[in-house]
Design a protein around this ligand. Structure first.
Ligand code: NAD
Length: 360
C-alpha cells in the first residue's frame, strides 16, 4: 500500500499532511510513502528529511492513498484517478466543494471535518488539533495589535493593571484562547450559548459570562438563535463588551453563516486601543465590522480577521495534523497491509464522503 504526500498549492497554505516522524511510523508498518518534492518546505521540512524517514520523492498521485491538508483544487482533482483514496479537509458543508467532482472521478474520499467528535476518535480529530492552533494564535495576534500589556506589571514607574480578555464562543479554539490569554497574565472571561461550557471555562481560570440563553444543539454543537434571542444577545453583549480590552470571537454554527455577536455599536462602546480578533471570518465573521482576511481600525478599535491561522504555525500544525491522519489511516489498514475501510465503523462511515456503490 502506498501513501502520497502532496505539495499544497492553495495560497498561504504552509502546512503539509505528513511529517517525517509520522512517515517513519508508516514505513515501519510496510507502507510505501511517496512525497512530492518540496511538499514540506512551507513547514521548513526539506525533502532529505522525508528520505531519511524512509520515504521516496516522486509523484504523490501515483499512490493508493493521497493525503492533503487544504481542499483539492480543480487541477488536483484532475490528477486523481478512479479507485484512489483521498484524505483531507474537503469542506463537506460548503456548497462549492469538490465532492461531486471526486465522486464522478471514482475517488473514495474522507473528509476530516466529518470525523465524529467522540472520545474514540479524538486522536483523529483534525478540527480540534487545528482549532487549538487557531485559538492559541488568536491571542498572540490580539497581544500584538494591543496598545496595552496583557499581564499586571509592578514596576518602579508604577503598576499596570492586567488586560481583560473576553472570549465569545468557547469550543476548542475558544478554550485554548482563554488558556493562552491567562498564561499571558490577562484576566479572562468566557461566554457561550451552551451552558455546559461554564465548567470548562472555569477550569482554565476564567470567569463565566451568563446571558441566560441556552442554545445547545445536536452533537455538542450550538443551534442558530431565534431573532429574539439574537437581539437579546447582541444587546447584552453590547453592554458587557465595553469593559474589555480584548474580545476574541470563535462562534460557529455548523453549516450556517457565523452568528453576529458584536455589533458596530458594541465596537463603538469599546475604549480606544481595544482589539477584536474575529476567528469566524471564513463564514462571514462574528463582528459586524469584520472584513474577512483584513485588519481594520474603527473608532480607534482594531478589528482583525485573520484567515487560516493554523497555516501561520505550519510546524506544529502539520505535526498534529499528521498524527491525526496516521490514526485515521491506521484504522483503515487491514491485516494484509491494504486499505480496507470497515464502513460498519461509525468513524469511517461518517467521514467517508464518496465511495464506490456497493462497498460494505
Ligand atoms: P465550533 O467551532 O463549532 O463552535 C465554537 C463555539 O461557538 C461552540 O462552543 C458554540 O457553542 C459556540 N457558539 C455558536 N453560536 C454561538 C452564539 N450565538 N453565541 C455564543 N457562542 C456560540 O465548536 P467546536 O470547537 O468544533 O466544538 C464543538 C463541540 O464538539 C463542543 O461541544 C466540543 O466540546 C465538542 N468536542 C468534542 C470532542 C470529543 O469528545 N472528542 C472533541 C472536540 C470537540
Amino acid at each position: 500500500m502506498s501513501v502520497g504526500v502532496v505539495r499544497e498549492t492553495t495560497e498561504g497554505e504552509r502546512r503539509v499532511a505528513l511529517v517525517p516522524k509520522v512517515v517513519s511510523t508508516l514505513v515501519s508498518k510496510g507502507v510505501d510513502v511517496v512525497v512530492e518534492s518540496g511538499a514540506g518546505l512551507g513547514a521548513l521540512i526539506p525533502d532529505e528529511l522525508y528520505v531519511d524517514a524512509g520515504a521516496r520523492i516522486g509523484d504523490p498521485y501515483s499512490a493508493d492513498v493521497v493525503v492533503k491538508v487544504a481542499a483539492p483544487t480543480d487541477d488536483e482533482v484532475s490528477r486523481l484517478r478512479s479507485g484512489q483514496t483521498l484524505i483531507g479537509f474537503l469542506n463537506p458543508r460548503n456548497e462549492r466543494n469538490q465532492i461531486p467532482a471526486l465522486k464522478s472521478a471514482g475517488v473514495q474520499a474522507f473528509a476530516v471535518e466529518a470525523i465524529p467528535r467522540i472520545s474514540r476518535a479524538q486522536a483523529m480529530d483534525a478540527l480540534s488539533s487545528q482549532a487549538n492552533v487557531a485559538g492559541y494564535k488568536s491571542v498572540i495576534v490580539a497581544a500584538d495589535e494591543s496598545t496595552r500589556f496583557f499581564p499586571m506589571l509592578t514596576t518602579a514607574a508604577g503598576t499596570v493593571k492586567p488586560a481583560t480578555v473576553l472570549v465569545l464562543g468557547v469550543g476548542v479554539a475558544g478554550l485554548q484562547a482563554l488558556a493562552t490569554a491567562k498564561r499571558l497574565g490577562a484576566r479572562t472571561t468566557g461566554y457561550d450559548v451552551r451552558p455546559e461550557v461554564a465548567e470548562q471555562v472555569r477550569s482554565v481560570g476564567a470567569q463565566w459570562l451568563d446571558l441566560g440563553i441556552d442554545a445547545a444543539g445536536e452533537g455538542g454543537y450550538a443551534r442558530e438563535l431565534t431573532a429574539d434571542e439574537r437581539a437579546k444577545q447582541q444587546q447584552a453583549l453590547e453592554d458587557a463588551i465595553k469593559g474589555f480590552d480584548v474580545v476574541i470571537t470563535t462562534a460557529l454554527v455548523p453549516g450556517r453563516p457565523a452568528p453576529r455577536l458584536v455589533t458596530a455599536a458594541a465596537v463603538e462602546g469599546m475604549k480606544p486601543g481595544s482589539v477584536v480578533v474575529d476567528l469566524a471570518g471564513e463564514t462571514g465573521g462574528n463582528c459586524e465590522l469584520t472584513e474577512p482576511g483584513k485588519t481594520v481600525v474603527v473608532h480607534d478599535v482594531t478589528i482583525a480577521s485573520p484567515l487560516n491561522l493554523p497555516a501561520t504555525m505550519p510546524e506544529h500544525a502539520s505535526e498534529l495534523y499528521a498524527k491525526n491522519l496516521y490514526a485515521l489511516i491506521d484504522l483503515m489498514l487491514g491485516e494484509d497491509g491494504a486499505i480496507t475501510p470497515d464502513f460498519s465503523d461509525e468513524v469511517l462511515a461518517a467521514s467517508c464522503v464518496t465511495r464506490e456503490e456497493g462497498t460494505a
